[in-house]
Design a protein around this ligand. Structure first.
Ligand code: GLC
Length: 700
């Protein structure tokens, strides 16, 4: 076939900024105009009116909402804030898959749609701030709230975060949280996260910076913990030097709830604007005492109050339209929740058993209490209640038309499983083993229900779950494990005994229907791991869930495993499909300030599927310590059998720099850069070397 008739490959742009940021009201603010209006309003305000902008209005939520600021006399409606990263925690709402599952899709366009849907549901309930996304880096997979964040990698985290924020900010203000270094759960109120300047800027802050600079997040929630022995809620380096002076943040900072504020003058001076959920340190009495003692001056109060009023005016909170309540759990959002769940599942093992065929005569056993349990994730602040939830059992019962399906509870007689062609066992974790740890909730639990949560001391499944898998695998002809959980789980002790393993995360209200669609091949699994699955905790840094002092560095997750040359059970970015793919035709063009990277992806199998191509960069002769490689791009190619697409990624020079504490700034180093592309952090078949001499780039 001559070149004239050669069909052009489908072209896919990995991160279409125009598409992702469309409709984000935060990016459309006319700051000059708002400043004039706000300053005129501030000039009329009394000290008391300014102080009233600085705290929440009541300790408990009202129908899920927390109120803050506002002033009827001034025509300012209050902020109505609601959690969270899984959906609207107010009455019934669409419970989406948890954030780490959504991150496994590596699909920023999809995450934008989730942001749109959650923002719309919050607005339809009369809210105007969604307390999301959680973007604390997954430093260690044992973190109790791992399910609530996106990734162990800052670039991946940033991409997912800005997609969510720009979607949600079509409707409401967002509040990326918890700023910063909130990476341990049980001791979060007291621990000090210790970190050097370079690791802070290069690893733990880039995704917050993108949330501010790229997508104009309207607010930020400060963290409970300390950073280098100073509470984040009163840390001038975090809240003023970095957030405002360095990044140009124009939004407001609200504290985390209750223990997120620890002082009056120190917190106000540092730049924490709103004490949530109600007032104590920021009471008029405490503030007037601090003014009288000279600890505090009125300029600081004016400055903080102005930031609170500024977003109120910029977003015209008082005139915000309230969409029709029928959008809540509407068919479109339910279908979206199902699509996300399907794309979030990560196929980790498949010994030629999946997909199944729904044929007469096929005898399928579904085993385990979790198969018939609503398991949406932890019961902390990100909990969401949906009017209907499909479990693995109800999803398979609704799907299967020809095969026979028989359900066994965990304590049923499992010796009969040998009669079945396929045994599907649902195992994993629940809110008991991991999640947000709320001491007061723990004390108030009723009917023996554990509100537990907290960090995990082990990656291993609870004994009864491992026993169930061993028992099933011991009698079944073929065993498929469906694993529910919010982070890495140890699988090495039973993986060899089973024929297939699918990681489900906490798959949301449509999880059961999504499981049926993937198991029976209506769609191929396409998820990739947003967190490394180590063989055991021994492969990672020391982990003490009761620690009050946690050291942070450039090394964690796949960066640490690479540096120590450790082989995980499953690497970051890994995930299988029902089809196969081939990458070739790598082309890299240099422009003024970035690389255009194009690679051809072909579906070489017999069914449609998705490949997620990842771009990592190594610096091979740097004058400073560098981790072996860093993710700096990814793209998603959805392809029919036999189809090829040209996937384009943009790698900006700003993503190649390291942070130099001496210069207190970013450096694009003159050295060799190796651009590597592939389908997981440990499978990078294509590469291209480049030498930067300080002025010119040359391929090597
Ligand atoms: C919690 C959480 C925070 C949440 C807030 C309100 O303590 O740390 O993420 O938004 O309280 O529920």
């Amino acid at each position: 076939m001559s070149w004239q008739s050669q069909p052009l490959n489908k072209r896919i742009v990995a991160f279409d900024k125009e598409l992702i940021h469309a409709g984000n009201k935060g990016l459309a603010i006319d700051h000059e105009e708002v400043a004039v209006e706000v300053d005129a309003l501030m000039a009329t305000m009394t000290l008391s009116q300014k102080i009233n902008q600085l705290h929440g209005l009541q300790p408990a939520s009202i129908d899920g909402f927390y109120y803050a600021g506002g002033d009827e006399e001034l025509g300012l409606a209050p902020y109505k804030m609601v959690d969270g990263p899984r959906g609207a925690r107010a009455g019934m709402a669409t419970a989406f898959p948890v954030a780490i599952g959504r991150a496994a899709t590596f699909d920023v366009e999809l995450e934008r749609r989730v942001g749109l849907a959650m923002g719309l549901e919050v607005a339809a309930k009369g809210g105007n701030v969604i307390l999301a996304p959680t973007i604390n880096l997954l430093r260690h997979p044992g973190w109790g709230r791992a399910q609530e964040t996106y990734s162990e990698d800052p670039w991946h985290m940033g991409a997912m975060a800005v997609a969510f924020i720009s979607g949600a900010q079509n409707h409401v203000l967002t509040s990326p949280k918890h700023f910063a270094l909130n990476n341990l759960e049980i001791t979060r109120f007291d621990l000090s996260a210790n970190i050097d300047v370079r690791s802070l800027h290069e690893v733990y802050l880039p995704h917050f910076k993108r949330s501010i600079q790229e997508t104009a997040a309207a607010s930020v929630m400060s963290a409970y913990n300390k950073m280098n022995d100073v509470y984040c809620g009163e840390h001038p380096i975090l809240l003023t030097d970095i957030l405002r002076d360095d990044w140009g943040f124009t939004g407001f900072v609200e504290s985390d709830w209750f223990l997120g504020t620890r002082s009056t003058a120190a917190a106000i001076d540092a730049g924490m604007d709103i004490e949530m959920p109600s007032t104590h340190w920021y009471s008029e009495e405490n503030i007037n005492e601090a003014l009288a003692s000279g600890e505090l001056n009125e300029e600081a109060i004016h400055r903080n109050a102005r930031r609170v009023v500024y977003q109120n005016v910029a977003w015209q909170i008082a005139d915000m339209e309230v969409p029709d309540e029928r959008v809540v759990e509407c068919e479109e959002h339910i279908a979206l929740a199902r699509e996300v769940a399907e794309k979030s599942f990560v196929l980790l093992k498949n010994d030629k058993i999946l997909p199944l065929e729904d044929t007469p005569g096929l005898k399928v056993a579904l085993v385990g209490d979790l198969a018939d349990t609503v398991n949406l994730g932890d019961r902390g602040s990100s909990f969401v209640t949906s009017s209907e939830v499909s479990t693995p059992l109800s999803g398979l019962q609704a799907f299967i038309k020809h095969a026979s399906l028989h359900y066994f509870r965990s304590d049923d007689d499992l010796t009969r499983l040998g009669e079945f062609d396929i045994c599907i066992v649902v195992a994993g974790l629940t809110y008991v083993e991991e999640g947000e740890f709320i001491p007061t909730q723990q004390q108030e639990v009723e009917e023996g229900e554990l509100a537990r949560g907290g960090d995990r001391e082990t990656f291993a499944l609870p004994d009864h779950q491992r026993f169930l898998i061993d028992t099933v695998a011991g009698v079944a002809k073929k065993t498929i494990v469906l694993l529910e959980g919010g982070s890495a789980i140890q699988v090495t002790d039973w993986l060899d005994k089973v024929d297939a393993l699918l990681m489900l995360w906490y798959p949301g209200r449509e999880g059961g229907h999504a499981i049926a669609n993937v198991l029976f091949g209506n769609c191929s699994p396409s998820g990739k791991l947003p967190v490394s699955f180590p063989r055991s905790m021994d492969q990672l840094m020391p982990w003490d869930v009761n620690s009050l002092s946690v050291d942070h560095s450039l090394l964690h997750g796949y960066r640490l495993l690479d540096h120590q040359d450790q082989e995980p059970a499953f690497p970051f970015g890994f995930g299988m499909s029902y089809t196969t793919f081939d990458l070739d035709g790598l082309q890299i063009e240099r422009t003024a300030d970035h690389f255009n990277v194009t690679v051809s992806v072909t579906n070489t199998g017999t069914v449609s599927g998705v490949e997620i191509v990842q771009l990592y960069v190594s610096c091979t002769d740097s004058t400073v310590f560098r981790v072996p490689k860093e993710l700096k791009g990814f793209g998603r190619a959805e392809l029919e059998a036999g189809e090829t697409a040209d996937l384009e990624m943009n790698l900006g020079d700003e993503d190649l720099r390291y942070y130099d504490p001496e210069q207190n700034g970013w450096v694009l180093e003159s050295c060799s850069y190796d651009l590597q592309l592939g389908v997981s952090s440990r499978d990078l078949p294509l590469s291209s070397g480049w030498l930067f001499d300080g002025v010119e780039w040359q391929p090597v």
